[in-house]
Design a protein around this ligand. Structure first.
Ligand SMILES: Nc1ncnc2c1ncn2[C@@H]1O[C@H](COP(=O)(O)OP(=O)(O)OP(=O)(O)O)[C@@H](O)[C@H]1O
Length: 341
């Protein structure tokens, strides 16, 4: 559906050249929700803005449905853009127009006759859950409601692709979840391809099928969300995973435990898929002569299965601890020995 080949973007400024995006290659399938995660300055916004021609690449091509968006100009680009909706962190609504007026705007630009326009706006208001707010102005709406207007407006012309630029970053956690659920619903109902950029692993975990991790303008890791959770390769990916698998005070707790327990090991266990739901620890204790203290644990749901982490302190004779680790590994559990940082 979307093919990004050798895309590069360099900005020239007074202080010199900045290469924001370096040799990016990606294939995004029709109907998938594809997340791009990276820290501030990684090049995410620049990359996503090239998907609808808001930025032109310095080199490379971006083909959407077979057509190269990067070489289009004028009316051809305008038409192609109708197939690509976009929503933004700060909504970018028209403040002098009501909810209805905002949603109607892209239909007016596309020359849709009034009657059809009104029908479509009504349909979209129902779809995004804004019934009763039709005549409100953006200043009278909550952040979540503003983003619902943004989504309705982006979907007005029945696009095939929806680009989301940090669409939930300005929202509180509950509202974020409600907006993410709405995106999943739209993806399922219409088979819409969604590409989102974020710096929050929670967003990736909750709704994406696949993810690309971006660092210093490059895609450094890509794969299905569950695979990346299971086997993160890059340290930047591991740091992002820490956002959803480790409590905020985890580092401190572990340092304290490492000081407290003079013997044994602190282990981080990672479980993926069905094994996350098995009674592994009771099997472990029954089969080996070791002591196990549970320090911290959680299970998260991704779109393709569960993923769990458990921090334990394990003590016993060295060969027993070794055997216990082998037992865990034989059950396809990731085992990492935690050391002082
Ligand atoms: N128009 C521009 N002119 C000059 N430099 C730019 C321009 N746009 C982006 N950059 C630079 O390109 C790099 C990548 O920026 P970009 O906004 O794409 O990153 P990002 O990952 O989206 O970060 P953030 O989440 O903070 O927006 C940064 O170093 C930024 O300063």
């Amino acid at each position: 559906m979307i093919s990004v080949q050798n895309v590069k973007k360099t900005f020239r400024s007074k202080s010199g050249e900045i290469t924001a995006v370096k040799d990016v290659n990606l294939e995004i399938k029709e109907g998938e929700i594809f997340g791009i995660i990276g820290y501030s300055g990684a090049g995410k916004s620049t990359l996503i803005r090239m998907f609808n021609g808001l930025e032109q690449p310095t080199a490379g091509s971006i083909r959407i449905g077979g057509k190269d968006i990067t070489t289009m100009k004028g009316s051809e680009l305008r038409l192609a853009r109708q197939e690509i909706g976009m929503i933004f962190q700060h909504f970018h609504l028209l403040w002098s127009r009501t909810v209805r007026g905002n949603i109607s705007f892209p239909l007016e630009i596309a020359g849709v006759p009034k009657k059809k326009r009104d029908e479509r706006v009504e349909e979209l208001i129902q779809l995004v859950g804004l019934a009763g707010k039709e005549d409100a102005y953006p200043s009278e709406l909550s952040g979540g409601q503003k983003q619902r207007v943004g989504i309705a407006r982006a979907l007005a012309n029945n696009p095939k692709v929806l680009l989301c630029d940090e669409a939930t970053s300005a929202l509180d956690p509950d509202t974020t979840d409600a907006i993410l659920n709405l995106l999943v619903d739209i993806n399922k109902r219409f088979g819409l391809t969604i590409i989102l950029i974020t710096h929050e692993m929670h967003v990736i975990q909750k709704i994406c099928h696949r993810v690309a991790v971006m660092e210093k303008g490059k895609i450094v890791e890509t794969g299905s969300v569950l695979d990346v959770f299971k086997r993160p390769k890059q340290s930047v990916t591991k740091r992002f995973l820490g956002q959803v698998t480790e409590a905020e005070d985890m580092k401190e707790t572990i340092e304290r435990l490492l000081d407290k327990y003079k013997t044994g090991k602190i282990l981080k266990l990672t479980f993926v898929g069905e094994v996350a739901e098995e009674p592994i620890i009771s099997n472990l204790i029954q089969n080996q002569s070791i002591l196990v203290n549970i320090v911290h644990g959680n299970i998260s749901q991704t779109r393709s299965g569960s993923y769990g982490t458990l921090f334990i302190h394990m003590d016993g004779k060295e060969e027993e601890v070794h055997r216990a680790i082998q037992f865990l590994q034989s059950r396809q559990i990731g085992v990492e020995v935690i050391e002082h940082v």
